[in-house]
Design a protein around this ligand. Sequence first.
Ligand SMILES: Nc1nc2c(ncn2[C@@H]2O[C@H](COP(=O)(O)OP(=O)(O)OP(=O)(O)O)[C@@H](O)[C@H]2O)c(=O)[nH]1
Ligand SMILES: [Mg+2]
Length: 382
Amino acid sequence: MSAEPETSNIDETPFIDETRDAKSRYGRFNLAVIGGTGVGKSSLVNAVFGHDLAKVGKGLPLTHGVQYFSDDSLGIWDVEGFEIGSTVPPAEQLRGYLQEIAKRPNNEQISVVWYCVKSNDDRLTKADIAMIDELSRAGLPVILVLTKVDWSRNPITGQRGVSKSVEEFVNWLENPVDGHGQPMSIGYERVILTSTSDKHGKGKGHGLGELVAETLSLSPKNEQDAFRIAQRLNLPWKRELARPVIAAATAAAAGAATVPLPIADAVTLAPIQLGMMARIAVIYDIEMKTALSTSSLANLGAQLAGRALASSLIKLIPGAGSVVNAGVAAALTGATGEGWLRLCEHVHTGKIKLDEMNEAWNQYVPGFLDVLRKMAEQRVGK
Ligand SMILES: Nc1nc2c(ncn2[C@@H]2O[C@H](COP(=O)(O)OP(=O)(O)OP(=O)(O)O)[C@@H](O)[C@H]2O)c(=O)[nH]1
Ligand SMILES: [Mg+2]
């Protein structure tokens, strides 16, 4: 890309600063995934968080069978190692693990537990119950996740159903009784049936939407945004986080142009817009460092201020004249934010590859009509 005249005036540091700031503000959500080997823990994590943290994250083997993987918004405690036949019962082994985890830094502390059991096991073992109660006593909210559920469709009603034995297992889990038929209580909050594929290893899975909804509702308030960012199944949650960021930047841009800016000075809007874009990229969990080089970031800023603010364009905007007033600044920033949000969504959902982002942005830069539309919205909003 050839350098545009404004490039030298654009500083990418607001983008980098805002990225760092947003990451630390949103923080990290920590999930413990507990279950025997092969029950489908890693598959679940991949289906919900979209990448194999075990491969890309920083792994920390705490002790035999317990590993911690993390990136900015997500930490996973992967717990599978219970030494069968050891003289120490699993619940006690687990207590030891929890004690070790408690010594770790604040941003690694478990918020929610997925206790995973294969749906075709027909019962919880005594050891399972003891472990779940151990977790619950430690104050951790536990979701009992039944994995590898084999749903089938009733050919007549078209409804999805599970086998009789899974249904019985779920009924028991919802109202557990002991060997004498006496009701008992086990320390999980909810039972959720899931699959990450069908029995042929295909399909997109089921029950995962419910799993993320329940996980969010059991998360502490201050980790909910991190969870919304880390998960990849619910796009509206991300939009809900991004919209206020655009609104704030729009207001800031209007404020910066209270005294109308000569077009040549309109690059003063770039830091506001770059900051906004950084925050949105964090919400969509897009690692901009790999998407855009520093020089292309600066170019991006130049495009924001340059292309959309081309003076020929501004002159066409009624009432704008040769300066950028508050209304134009707000409309430009709002339209830029919307364009960027769409691009980030498309990268997030895989429609656009990360390394194509730089070129793709051209198609998302707001045009004249977008800006006019935003201005009309503002008038209606007043
Ligand atoms: N049919 C079916 N197979 C699944 C499902 N989820 C996982 N599997 C398969 O089960 C096997 C084990 O899955 P993993 O996700 O690796 O299980 P894990 O609990 O992480 O296993 P370990 O890390 O070895 O303890 C893999 O071959 C998966 O493809 C599912 O929902 N349905
Ligand atoms: Mg695994």
